[in-house]
Structure formats: C-alpha cells, structure tokens
Ligand binder design. Structure first.
Ligand SMILES: [Mg+2]
Length: 211
C-alpha cells in the first residue's frame, strides 16, 4: 500500500449495496473495478459480500462510490468541502459531523496541502516542542477573545471572511491536535475512547481533589 493511502479499516467500510462501485489496485498494479449488480447469499461462490470483503482484504482500495456516484471512500473525500469556498463560509446543520478519524485526516491533509510539512511525499520530521506549543497558543488566543469582551459562544467574521471568536480558537486547538496526530500516526480516536472508559471508572473527584 502506498505511503499516503488513507488507513483502511474493514470494520468501517460500507457494506456492498446494489450500484456500489469500488476501484482498487491489484497486486499487479492493475486498476480494477467491482460494481455490485446483484446481491445474494447463495451459492457461496456468488456471495457478493464475501467477494467484496475479499477484495478489501487483499487490495489497495482507491475509491468506493455509492449508487448516486457519491464518494464513500476515502471518507474525508466524501465530505462536502467546497474547493472554492465563499469568503464567509459558515458551517450549516446539513453538513455531517466529523468523526475524530476524519478530523485527524482532514487536518493533516490540509496542512500538507498548504506546505506546513514540506514535501507531501517526504514530510518534514516533527518538531514536537513547537507543535505542542502551537496548540497552547490557540488556547491563549481563546483567552484573549474572552478578555476582549466576546461571549463564549460568539463567532464573528473579519472583513476577509475569517471566522473569529472563542469557538473558533477552540476549533484551532482541535485542528492542530488533529494535524499532529495525523503526522505522528497517533490513533486519537482510540486514545480518547480508552481514556474516557478509564475516567468513567475513577472515584469521585479522583479522591476529593480540589480541581
Ligand atoms: Mg487561532
């Protein structure tokens, strides 16, 4: 699998449905395509589901599209990000929520696209101290927004359309964390779930700590 191919997790891939189309790279480097034209469970040799996942397990999946030609895989490519966004883009409730995996993939991809890691195919090594401090600097920016009188939930827009406010600075924190995890290969989703399960089992205020 090539270095910059998105991580493939068979557990999160869509099940085959009529009209689904998968493009994949065979071991010979030939590009092949599988289109689901029927669904059946018998006989076993015609089990579309088994064939679908056999391909997933043995090939590099390039793209999966649904019956309406919408990209399902890679997931971050399926998000409705406008390549030529208006200057005052605002998220709407109709846009899907990001998963943590998508946050990481999108943040890192965007940073790669904008040159923050040098060559996409040979990214710069991580300056760990600098990257961690940049997360802290976004927290400081959130504090400055509040000090300057903005309410915690206020989002406002500069003349150039740049969103500002405490929520935006907190978003910057997440974007910086996502970028860092993407470059470092940290499974942030698993880490969050691990720690939340642990936290749930801790005693009241961790043994009556003050804060
Ligand atoms: Mg900021």
């Amino acid at each position: 699998m090539s270095e910059d191919a998105p991580a493939y997790n068979p557990n999160t891939l869509p099940m085959p449905k009529l009209g689904y189309r998968m493009r994949y790279k065979q071991a010979s480097d030939m590009i092949a395509e599988q289109v689901v034209t029927y669904l059946t469970v018998e006989p076993a040799t015609e089990n579309v589901e088994a064939a679908w996942f056999a391909i997933c397990g043995s090939s590099e999946i390039l793209e999966i599209r649904d019956q309406d030609d919408r990209t399902l895989w890679p997931q971050h490519a399926a998000l409705p990000f406008d390549p030529d966004p208006p200057t005052t883009h605002r998220a709407t409730p109709t846009e899907p929520s990001l998963t943590i995996d998508e946050l990481v993939a999108l943040s890192y991809d965007t940073a790669l696209d904008h040159g923050w890691w040098g060559d996409r195919d040979d990214p710069d090594p991580i300056n760990v101290g600098e990257k961690l401090m940049l997360m802290v600097s976004e927290i400081s920016e959130a504090l400055e927004e509040w000090r300057n009188g903005h309410e915690l939930t206020d989002v406002y827009y500069g003349d150039d359309g740049k969103p500002e406010g405490v929520p935006i600075e907190l978003a910057d924190v997440l974007i910086r964390i996502g970028d860092f995890c993407g470059r470092a290969g940290i499974d942030l989703d698993a880490a969050v779930r691990d720690k939340m399960v642990y936290n749930n089992g801790r005693p009241h205020r961790h043994g009556n700590k003050r804060a």
